[in-house]
Write a protein that binds this ligand. Structure first.
Ligand code: BEZ
Length: 186
């Protein structure tokens, strides 16, 4: 079984795996449209985490990492990942295309938030999403750390521009720099 990660799983897989491959899935875009009240935010002050949005356009690609899970570990890893279903994600099956051209495409499982889940945040002006991420903290750490680590990890595995992700990375860094300057000038 292969699991494709495009969020924290890219830089912090919290399960055992036997093989890791970098690459992409097609027909989706990555958006910070899912709210997080239990990992990167708190109830009443949610953070934002990524989900896949289906576009139906095969030219749209989301880069990340796929992990091969041994038969022996499949049930326990599915259990770890199914906990994420409680956060509003649903498991889907799609094709994964490895960066390594010597490797063929393969079937993978991944997670996608549905618009009717209770933690759906949806689209919002990009400045507003950046502000929300800059301000949110939760039990798994700050929302900004999640964003920065994801942006760094994606930059390392592709030169393809993920505009939504990299714009947010830049906007949140600008907000934090302004905040720091304000503190220094007080
Ligand atoms: C991820 O890290 O790739 C991920 C995990 C759970 C839901 C969606 C994405």
């Amino acid at each position: 079984m292969w699991i494709f990660g495009y969020g924290s799983i890219v830089w912090k897989p919290d399960f055992r795996y036997i093989n890791r491959m970098e690459g992409h899935v097609k027909g989706f875009i990555r958006r910070f449209w899912q709210l997080s009240e239990d990992h990167r935010g708190l109830p009443g002050k949610p953070g934002r985490v990524v989900t896949l949005i289906s576009t139906g356009n095969p030219l749209d690609c989301v880069y990340g990492a796929a992990y091969e899970i041994s038969n022996e570990d499949e049930a326990s890893v599915r259990h770890v990942l199914d906990v994420r279903e409680k956060d509003g994600y649903t498991i889907i099956e799609t094709s994964f295309y490895p960066n390594d051209n010597d490797q063929k495409e393969r079937n993978c499982y991944t997670y996608m938030a549905q618009q009717d889940n209770p933690f759906w945040g949806g689209d919002a002006p990009i400045d507003q999403i950046a502000k929300q991420i800059a301000e949110a903290h939760g039990p798994s750490g700050s929302n900004r750390e999640y964003l920065f680590k994801l942006a760094d990890a994606i930059r390392l595995l592709t030169s393809v521009n993920d505009e939504h992700l990299f714009t947010l990375d830049q906007l949140v860094k600008e907000i934090l720099t302004k905040d720091e300057q304000n503190i220094i000038s007080i």
